[in-house]
Design a protein around this ligand. Structure first.
Ligand code: ZN
Length: 355
């Protein structure tokens, strides 16, 4: 069945375009002139590509993916989930958000992650010699990219040669590397190793100018998860961690022209220090990114086209013929007030209307 959303506006690079049609047949967007069996009135509304949460965790399975899609998040970039059988089964669920996944992350032997109940021993990497085998296990699992947890120094974190070796092995397999870094010291380890994406933002201090300059030179991308940083800073304020350090680092990234992606660290893990809600939290992240200096149009790109481009999700992130019919219809104008993304009038995933 072919569906047309009539009289609807799209976000262009600079704001809203003129009202037009958006047509799709099943899972695929068509040319806007195509005939349609069914018409949806889009007057007064804006249609966005399905939103992408660039940092989430699938913990409970289908219910997490249902919550994402209810809030217009049609793709989740999972940043640690296991076992591989569970992850791969969830890739095929219908009528819910789609996921891609890092599967098991690499962590140092003495850090908090290694001590988490149920953390697989297979994710603990201690020497450069173990790095290649770790990456090969992830390739066998079907991981879409490699996630590592960097810390300022061993034994909490892996040492610099080990991190470097994981990055080299991942790149040989053509996989991106995403590094969890929540302190300035951990950021410097990630930058030195040449990771592709840093996730989280430092809570101990604002990242120094030299590190920011190196991020810009190497094209490193940031998924700051300000929602998570806000929640954790509140919990650990007594240790001198401050949300403002994370926010002000993002302001520096933005001013330096570093690509920023919208991610939340949504998780439903019982042992996690703070658990942003799947789906709803991405709309909160938008507000925090605005406070850090991004424009609404930049925030919308951070949750759609830029994430799709960074992670080579070539079938989504943009509304144009041939791409997936993952769509969110919102009332109001999110390019002038980003909170309009909460005013959801419809969600389609692969052309199926679920809200
Ligand atoms: Zn995470």
């Amino acid at each position: 069945m072919t569906t047309a959303i009539e009289d609807v506006r799209l976000c262009t690079g600079s704001g809203l375009g003129e009202p037009r049609r958006v047509v799709f047949d099943g899972a695929t967007l068509l040319a806007d002139s195509a005939a349609a069996d069914e018409v949806v009135d889009g007057a007064g509304a804006v249609v966005l590509p399905g939103l992408i949460d660039a940092h989430m965790h699938m913990v409970l399975g289908r219910v997490d993916l249902e919550n994402l899609v209810y809030w217009g998040v049609t793709t989740g970039l999972d940043m640690a989930a296991w076992p591989a059988e569970f992850v791969n089964a969830m890739r095929h669920e219908k009528g819910v958000a789609q996921i891609v996944s890092a599967t098991i992350p690499a962590v140092g032997p003495g850090g908090n992650h290694a001590k988490m109940p149920g953390f697989p021993a297979d994710g603990i990497v201690t020497t450069p010699q173990q790095a290649r085998a770790f990456v090969e296990r992830r390739v066998a699992d079907g991981a879409d990219y490699i996630k590592i947890v960097t810390e300022a120094a061993p034994p909490a974190g892996m040492d610099q040669p080990t991190v470097n070796a994981i990055v080299a092995a991942a790149h040989e397999h053509g996989l991106l590397v995403v590094a969890h870094s929540v302190t300035t010291g951990a950021f410097r380890v990630a930058i030195e190793a040449g990771v592709d994406v840093s996730t989280h933002a430092p809570l101990d201090a604002v990242l120094d100018d030299e590190s920011v300059a190196r991020m810009r030179e190497t094209g490193m991308v940031s998924t700051p998860t300000l929602t998570m940083m806000e929640g954790t800073a509140e919990l650990f304020a007594a240790r001198g961690l401050r949300y403002e350090n994370a926010r002000d680092s993002v302001t520096k990234f933005h001013e330096a022209g570093i690509r920023i992606l919208a991610g939340t660290d949504a998780n439903s893990a019982p042992g996690a220090p703070f658990g942003p809600e799947h789906g709803e939290s991405l709309h909160h992240e938008f507000e925090l990114l605005i406070q850090a200096g991004l424009s609404p149009v930049e925030v919308l790109a951070a949750a759609t086209s830029l994430s799709a481009d960074t992670f080579s999700l070539k079938d989504r992130g943009v509304i144009e013929p041939g791409r997936r019919a993952d769509l969110v219809l919102v009332g109001g104008d999110p390019t002038s007030d980003v909170t309009a993304t909460r005013n959801i009038r419809g969600v389609w995933i692969g052309g199926e209307r679920i809200r």
